[in-house]
Ligand binder design. Structure first.
Ligand SMILES: C[S@@+](CC[C@H](N)C(=O)[O-])C[C@H]1O[C@@H](n2cnc3c(N)ncnc32)[C@H](O)[C@@H]1O
Ligand code: SF4
Ligand code: SF4
Length: 357
C-alpha cells in the first residue's frame, strides 16, 4: 500500500484504498457529437481522430463487465452517435451491472428507446434552454421539439412496460447568461416526470468569449440562483442538485495545497476512450494503458497508474492533471486554473485545440 492510501482525514471522509479491480468504468463509445453546444469543449477542441467502437471492439472489454458494479456508457461525447450502440448495450445487459449514460436526447429513436426501457438504470438528458430560441442558441440547433417528442415517447414506452427504468434526470449548464432559465429546468423535469430531478453543472470555459460567463466571475449571483432553484424544487417536489454542492460547500472542501477536493477516483475507477486509451479518471490527460494492447489487470496493477495515484492527493508530487482538476465533483468552481481553459492548447482525454480557434 502506498503512503497515499493511508491518508485518512475525517473532514473529507474519502476512502482512498485501491480495490482489487475497478468498481466502475466509464467509456466513450464514440468521440463524436451531432451538436456543437456553445459551452462544450467540442466547440473549441477535438480528439486526435474521430472514432467509434464497433461491437467486435467492445467485446475486448466485455470480460470486465463480470467484475465491475457499474458502467457509464459515455464520458465526454455523445454516446448515441455510436453506430453499434444497440448491440453494445444488449451485450452490457447480459451482465449484472448498473448502467448509465448522458445524452442530448436528439438521437433517441424508437429502436433505442425499446432497447433502453426496463433495462438502463439511469438516463440523463442535457437541456440548456427551454424556449426554441434559447435552446438553439445554447445547443447549436433548433431541436428542442425533437427532444420533447423523444422524452414523451420514452415515458409512454416506460408506462406501457410498467417500469421506472431508465430513471430520468435533466442536466443544465449553469452559466451567468443561462441561470435565468434554471427554474424552467425544474418545470421541464416535472413535465417529463424525471424521477431524478435536475442537476446543474458549473460552467467551465473552453474558448474565446466564453470566460465571462463562468460562475467564478459572480459567485453571489450563482449562489442566489441555486437558492431560488432549491426553494422552487421543494415546492414542486422535485430533486435539485448543483453538482458537487453549493459553491460554499465545494470551496470549503477544496484542499488549498492541492487545489481540488481529496479524490479517490483512480483507486476505484477507470475511464476509457474509443481508441483504447485508458485514463485514471474522466478528466485526466495522462494515459495509463490501452485496452487493445494491455489487459485490465496489467493496467490496474501497473506502474503508470501507481505513479499517477501518488500524485493525486500529495501536494509535493501533484500531477498536472490534478492541479487543474476540472472534475465536476472534485475540482474548484472559483479557481481560474480549474475553470478557464479558453486558451489551453490541449485538454483532457487527448483533445487538442481546433486550428480554426
Ligand atoms: C460533454 S456532455 C457528453 C454527454 C452528452 N453529449 C450530453 O450532452 O449529455 C456531458 C455533460 O457535460 C455538460 N457540459 C458540457 N459542456 C460543459 C461546460 N463547459 N461546463 C459544464 N458542463 C458542461 C453537458 O451539458 C452534459 O450534461
Ligand atoms: S450534446 Fe453533449 S457532447 Fe454534444 S456538444 Fe452538447 S454537451 Fe457537448
Ligand atoms: S484530475 Fe481530478 S478527478 Fe482526476 S484523479 Fe486528479 S483530482 Fe481526481
Amino acid at each position: 500500500m502506498s503512503e497515499v492510501n493511508e491518508i485518512t482525514e475525517p473532514k473529507t471522509a474519502v476512502d482512498i484504498t485501491a480495490v482489487e479491480f475497478p468498481k466502475h468504468i466509464d467509456i466513450d463509445l464514440s468521440n463524436k457529437c451531432n451538436l456543437r453546444c456553445r459551452f462544450c469543449h467540442l466547440s473549441f477542441l477535438e480528439p486526435e481522430k474521430w472514432q467509434q467502437l464497433s461491437y467486435d471492439q467492445f467485446l475486448e472489454i466485455a470480460p470486465v463487465l463480470e467484475k465491475v458494479e457499474s458502467i457509464s456508457l459515455f464520458s465526454k461525447y455523445e454516446p448515441l452517435t455510436c453506430r453499434d450502440f444497440i448491440p453494445i448495450f444488449d451485450k452490457v445487459c447480459e451482465y449484472d451491472v448498473e448502467t448509465y449514460f448522458s445524452t442530448n436526447g436528439i438521437l433517441l429513436n424508437d429502436d433505442i428507446i425499446n432497447a433502453l426501457v426496463g433495462r438502463l438504470t439511469y438516463l440523463t438528458v442535457s437541456v440548456t434552454g427551454f424556449t426554441r430560441e434559447s435552446y438553439a442558441k445554447n445547443m447549436s440547433q433548433d431541436r428542442l421539439e425533437t427532444v420533447r417528442e423523444n422524452l414523451a415517447k420514452l415515458n409512454a414506452a416506460k408506462k406501457a412496460a410498467n417500469t421506472i427504468y431508465p430513471k430520468l434526470r435533466i442536466t443544465f449548464v449553469g452559466m451567468l447568461d443561462t441561470l435565468d432559465e434554471l427554474c424552467r429546468s425544474l418545470d421541464f423535469a416535472a413535465e417529463f416526470e424525471a424521477s431524478e430531478g435536475v442537476r446543474m453543472t458549473y460552467f467551465r470555459s473552453y474558448g474565446e468569449g466564453m470566460s465571462e460567463y463562468m460562475p467564478l466571475n459572480e459567485p453571489e449571483t450563482v449562489a442566489a440562483a441555486i437558492d431560488e432553484a432549491t426553494a422552487y424544487a421543494q415546492r414542486l417536489g422535485i430533486s435539485f442538485e448543483s453538482i458537487g454542492g453549493t459553491i460554499d460547500e465545494i470551496e470549503s472542501d477544496v484542499d488549498k495545497a492541492l487545489g481540488h477536493r481529496r479524490c479517490n477516483l483512480p483507486w476505484k475507477t477507470l475511464s476509457l476512450q474509443p481508441n483504447g486509451d485508458v485514463y485514471p479518471c474522466a478528466v485526466a490527460y495522462t494515459t495509463v494503458g490501452n485496452f487493445f494492447e494491455n489487459t485490465f489487470d496489467e493496467i490496474w496493477g501497473g506502474e503508470k497508474l501507481a505513479a499517477f495515484r501518488d500524485g493525486v492527493n500529495d501536494p509535493d508530487k501533484l500531477n498536472e492533471d490534478c492541479r487543474q482538476c476540472s472534475h465536476c465533483r472534485y475540482g474548484s468552481v472559483l479557481d481560474p486554473v480549474a475553470n478557464d481553459f479558453s486558451t489551453a492548447g490541449r485538454y483532457f482525454g487527448g483533445m487538442k485545440r481546433k486550428q480554426s480557434n
